[in-house]
Design a protein around this ligand. Sequence first.
Ligand code: GDP
Length: 444
Amino acid sequence: MARKTIFAVSTPPGMGGIAVIRLSGPLADDTLAAMTDKPLPEPRKAVLRRLFNPHTEENLDHPLVLRFLEGHSFTGEPVVELHLHGGRAVVASVMEALGQRDGLRLAQPGEFTRRAFDHGRLDLSQVEGLADLISAETSSQQRAALHQYSGVIGARCRAWSARLTRGLALLEATIDFADEEIPAETWQVATDEIVGVRDAIRADLGAAHPSERMRDGWRIAILGAPNAGKSTLLNALAQRDAAIVSDIPGTTRDSIEVHLDLGGYPVTLIDTAGIRDADDAIERIGVERANRVAREADLRIAVAAPDARLTEDVTVLLQKNDLLLWNKMDRAASPEPHYIALSARSGEGLDTVIERLRAMADIADPPADALLLHQRHREAMAQALRSLDDYADLASTDPDRIQAAPELAAQLVREAWESLGRITGERGIDRLLDVIFSEFCLGK
Ligand code: GDP
C-alpha cells in the first residue's frame, strides 16, 4: 500500500518573515498542482505562485514554491516546500487546506527524518547527527554534529562490517564444506581480516575520548575549603562570560551547575560545596558524593585563599593538569608559584583563568578526522570489540582450537557484525528507532 503524503510546518511556531511547510509523499506534486494555477515548476527551481484553497478557491498566499523529485529529496520521496509569509493566519489556512485533501495527513514528530532513514537517505548515525545539529548551542557542538551528519561513522562501520562479512564467509565455508578440500590458509586469511577489524575498532575507540567531551561539554568541578571563595568565583565566571547558555539546578538539590559557552566550547561548572556541607547525619554520604563528582569531572579547579588553604581531602582528589587557584590575592600574595593568583571579588586575574580553560579546551578539540562518538556508538563499538577480542583469543591460543570450534568462532564474528549494525541501524533496532525519532520535533 502506498504511503500517505505527510505535511508539517518545518519552521518554528509563531510569527516570522517566512514559514516553510513541507510535504512528502506520492501526492506532493498533485497537491501543489491543485493549489496553484500554473504548471508545476522544474524540480529544485524556486518560483512564485498564487496559492489557493482548491475547495473554496480562496486565495491563501503568494509563496515561493519548490519541488524535489523522488530519489532526489531529503526523504527520498517526492517533496514540495511552500515558503509562505510567516503569519499565523496564513500558515493556519494553508494547513487547513492541506488537511482537507484525501491521502494527506499531518506528519508525526520526526517522521520526515524517519522516511529519509527508511529510504536509505541517512543511516542511523546521521539521523543522530542531524538531531545534534538542530540542538547544537555552541560552535564546537555544531562542528561535532556536522561531522557525524556527514556520515563518516556509518561509512567506517560499513567498511568494517564488509570485512567481517568476508571473514565470516570464509569461516562458514570451512564449516559447510568441512569434508572437502579447503586450502589450509583459509583460517588464517579469515582471522587476519577479523583481527584487523578488531585493531581498527580498538584504535578508534581509544582516540575518540576527548572529542566526545566536546559534544556534551566539559565538566569542571570547583573544589576547596569553605570560605575559599568558590561561590564568588563561580558567579564571577558566570557573569564575565556574556554567553551563559543556561543555569539549571544540579543533579542534587545541593550542588550548583552553571553552563557556560567558553569561547565556543560548552562547559559545565559544578560547585560541590553544597553537597559537602550536608547535615551532620548525612555528612559522610555528602562528602562521598562530592568526591565522586570531583573524580568524574573532566577537570578540577582547586581554590585556596590565605584563610582557606587546601586540605588533604581536596589535594588527594587532584589530577595532572588540574588548575590551582590562589584567591583573595588582594589580601596576600600566593605562597607558591604554580598557583594562578586572582581575586574573585574584584575580578583581577580572572582573565588568566578563562584563558587557561580555553587553551585546555582547544587542546581537547578533535582533529578533523577524529571519530566523534555518541555514547550509544561507543557502547556498540565496545561490544563489537569484546566479541572480536574473544575471537582473537580463540584464534591465538591454539590454532587447532578454532578449527575445533568453528561455530563458536563464527558466532563471535556475527555478534560483532550485529553490534556494528546497531550504529548504522541495520539490525535489531526497532525499539531504538522509536526512541531516537521521538526526540525529533514536528516538521523535522
Ligand atoms: P565559598 O565558601 O568557598 O563558596 O566562599 P565564598 O565565595 O562564599 O566566599 C567566602 C568569603 O570570601 C566571602 O565573604 C567573600 O566575599 C570573600 N571573598 C571571595 N573572594 C574574595 C577576594 O577575591 N578577596 C577578598 N578579600 N575576599 C573574597
